[in-house]
Design a protein around this ligand. Structure first.
Ligand code: SF4
Ligand code: SF4
Length: 472
């Protein structure tokens, strides 16, 4: 029995210290969900039994007994994590000029390139930092991220060779520089590879992923890489959903399936910079095509036996089914930026997340001059790590706020006017959560999740903000 502040036993839900259980319409013919917004506990209940549940039932009684555990798990996830990954920009430069890139154009055109010596020095400093709090058996992740990391592959190669016993490595690449020798090296060294593709045809991919002087062969390069990577389990493809491809998600799923892609992300464009906002899909227009693509992906799975997990949606399912097993860290508040991971720019500057590279006020210090600990304690990082969904209007009264987290702080700050503002895709999150609950109600959730997600082997968190690392 739960007691209230003065120790009185509380037999009811929704008053005093009793459990808070809010009914949630999930657009299911016979069931709805009840959710405790504070702990993210939930139950699926038949619509005609809701009154019985609220009046007292086994579900409520079981939850009463587990309420403290649920609350402390959520507290640990939200406030108890330490970094275990770095998004490492070995270069500021990119050979492409994609419409929605979060790195400012002048940086991508002529920014810094880290020397091999500096890259090795960085990895040594990061190794020492992680050794201070991570158990020896757990390797932190280094994800070489963009700009385009393969512009500095010689230095990256040296880093992987020197530190492969200390780190798990990943590379997020546009694939245009991924020649056979580079690919062989990366797969020989079990480096996770993330590719980016925005369309089922070159014409559609080229609308957003393009060179500085015209389309180039971006689409063909990715298709070639997917063919070469067929059968390699450690790779994934990110699709960035924009108004240029939102009507093409189903053919895109067909294309990825036909190449045996093991996992993908269907990410809504992050709206941090103005260029990205020009190609964004309106919040209300995203959920329908996205859910149709997920359903079609499931149909293909049933037909072919090949499961391609859409990681960003799978993560929402996990946020409901097993909050602490979630793998990506955007849909929790505070988000993973500056908390579960941080980003390193090519000149050694430290940011809470790659999304903030280029926004000087979020620079928390420099790896070589100040070190990681100082950056983590900086006011620049605190601005992100203190952004709390419990203090954002209207999220603070939203029943699904711990499945959503109101991402992203960079978008909230740059697009909506402040860290205390809502994120960019509220409606999209609401509909994804309703769909996730429908799948759970119908016993279909496992089709959309990684195999073995509920076993010890399948639970490694990868803190993958934009697909740089593939599912383990
Ligand atoms: S929500 Fe935004 S700032 Fe936070 S981890 Fe995701 S991309 Fe980075
Ligand atoms: S963004 Fe929308 S769905 Fe997410 S927590 Fe806020 S109100 Fe809820």
């Amino acid at each position: 029995m739960i007691t209230n502040a003065i120790g009185t036993a509380t037999p009811f839900v929704n008053t005093g210290a009793g459990p808070l259980l809010i009914p949630l319409e999930i657009n299911h013919p016979s069931h709805l969900a009840v959710v405790d917004p504070d702990t993210a506990f939930w139950a699926i209940v038949r619509k005609d039994r809701l009154a019985d549940l609220i009046a007292g039932s086994n579900v409520v009684e079981t939850y009463r007994q587990r309420m403290d555990i649920c609350a402390s798990e959520m507290q640990g996830l939200r406030f108890g994590l330490k970094p275990s990954a770095v998004y490492f920009n070995a270069t500021d430069r990119c050979n492409l000029d994609c419409s929605y890139c979060y790195i400012p154009r002048d940086m991508r055109r002529s920014g810094e390139q880290m020397s091999e010596a500096r890259l090795l020095e960085s990895l040594a400093l990061l190794r020492d930092y992680f050794a201070s709090h991570m158990p020896a058996h757990r390797r932190p992740r280094i994800i070489f991220h963009g700009a385009e990391p393969l512009l500095n592959f010689k230095a990256i190669r040296a880093g992987i060779l020197a530190f492969e016993k200390q780190f798990l490595f990943g590379v997020q690449t546009n694939a245009t520089l991924l020649d056979d020798a580079t690919l062989q090296f990366l797969t020989d060294h079990q480096v996770s590879i993330g590719l980016s593709l925005d369309g089922p045809t070159a014409e559609i991919t080229n609308r957003t992923r393009k060179g500085w002087h015209g389309p180039g062969d971006v689409h063909e390069s990715v298709i070639r890489a997917m063919e070469k990577l067929r059968g390699y389990p450690g790779y994934s493809v990110i699709v960035t959903i924009t108004r240029e491809n939102v009507a093409q998600l189903t053919p895109l799923i067909t294309l990825l399936h036909s190449h045996g892609v093991p996992g993908c992300l269907l990410n809504a464009t992050r709206c941090t910079l103005p260029g990205a906002r020009e190609v964004r899909v309106a919040d209300e227009a995203l959920a329908d095509p996205f859910i149709r693509a997920l359903e079609y992906n499931d149909e293909l799975f049933k037909k072919t036996g090949h499961k391609m997990v859409v990681a960003n949606f799978a993560n929402i399912l996990l946020a409901i089914l097993a909050p602490t097993a979630r793998r990506l860290m955007c849909d929790i508040s505070p988000c993973g930026g500056g908390r579960a991971f941080f980003a390193l720019a090519a000149n050694g500057d430290l940011f809470p997340c790659s999304e903030f590279i280029g926004l000087d006020s979020f620079r928390g210090g420099n790896l070589f001059q100040d070190g990681v600990e100082a950056a983590l304690l900086s006011s620049a990082f605190a601005a992100v790590t203190r952004r709390d969904v419990d203090h954002i209007n209207p999220c603070s009264r939203c029943a699904i706020r711990h499945y959503c987290g109101s991402p992203c702080p960079a978008e909230a700050h740059e697009m909506n006017g402040g860290m205390d503002q809502i994120g960019a895709f509220c409606h999209f999150y609401e509909e994804q959560v309703r769909f996730a609950f429908r799948l759970i109600a119908d016993g279909r959730a496992n089709d959309f999740l990684w195999d073995h997600w509920d076993s010890a082997d399948g639970m490694e968190t990868i803190f993958d903000l934009s697909g740089a690392v593939t599912a383990t």
